[in-house]
Design a protein around this ligand. Structure first.
Ligand SMILES: *Cc1c(COP(=O)(O)O)cnc(C)c1O
Length: 214
């Protein structure tokens, strides 16, 4: 049997994080390490990128693996929670939650929360994957703001076509996002890797690099 070996250069990962800081100076960084650190090993990648401001993971299971390994940095569940019965663990491990559908907001309205949960509202401006509609965003934000156990971080969207420098969709997404979030308090988070590298106008308060870290 032949074995395939993959060697992962943790210094290179740290170097790539420096590239993020150079490309998007002054922005906070949520390092996307979902899907087992894009296959590079969740815990190792988190340890190498330990000066990220938050880690973005796909699901509760990944977040718990990081906590079990002693990672105490903020962790953001990029798809939020799937069922209200995840909320006690989310609170116990102080996980941040991205909300992309009204059913999650209804669950929070019904829940009895003992400790505050930090939440982001994700708005779909054209990715057509996850996110609330731009039209519904202000009213959903105000519903969240009325829940005392939540700490509202801000609003997020995901770019669909930023890897094509001339694609008109990115400008349209930016203006839709600006319109949907106009007047709302909190921080903004738009850019993935392609936005960080190709679209300075998407940098805002936070950037969320994934593939460029690897
Ligand atoms: C995966 C992911 C990213 C990172 O995207 P890349 O294109 O790999 O940089 C950013 N934001 C969210 C919400 C993600 O799920």
């Amino acid at each position: 049997m032949r074995r395939t070996q993959v060697s992962i250069n943790l210094t290179a990962l740290r170097h790539n994080l420096q590239r993020v800081h150079q490309a998007a100076p002054g922005c906070r960084v949520m390092a996307a390490i979902k899907a087992n650190g894009y296959g590079h090993g969740l815990v190792r990648v988190a340890q190498a990128l330990n000066d990220s401001d938050s880690f973005g993971v796909a699901c509760l299971d990944e977040a718990l693996r990081l906590r079990a390994a002693g990672v105490s940095a903020p962790i953001t569940l990029l798809e939020g929670f799937f069922h209200a019965d995840e909320l006690p663990l989310i609170q116990r491990h102080q996980l941040d939650v991205l909300l992309h559908h009204e059913h999650q907001i209804i669950a929070l309205e019904r829940a009895t929360l003992r400790t505050p949960i930090r939440v982001w509202l994700k708005i779909d401006t054209g990715m057509h994957r996850l996110g609330v509609s731009p039209e519904s965003a202000p009213s959903l934000w105000h519903r969240l703001a009325s829940l005392p156990a939540l700490q509202l971080m801000g609003q997020m969207t995901h770019l669909a076509c930023a890897d094509e420098r001339d694609h008109p969709a990115t400008g349209q997404q930016l203006s839709q996002f600006a319109q949907a979030t106009e007047g709302l308090p909190g921080e903004r988070a738009i850019a993935n890797s392609a936005g960080i590298l190709g679209w300075p106008e998407t940098h805002s308060d936070w950037v969320r690099p994934g593939i460029m870290l690897y």
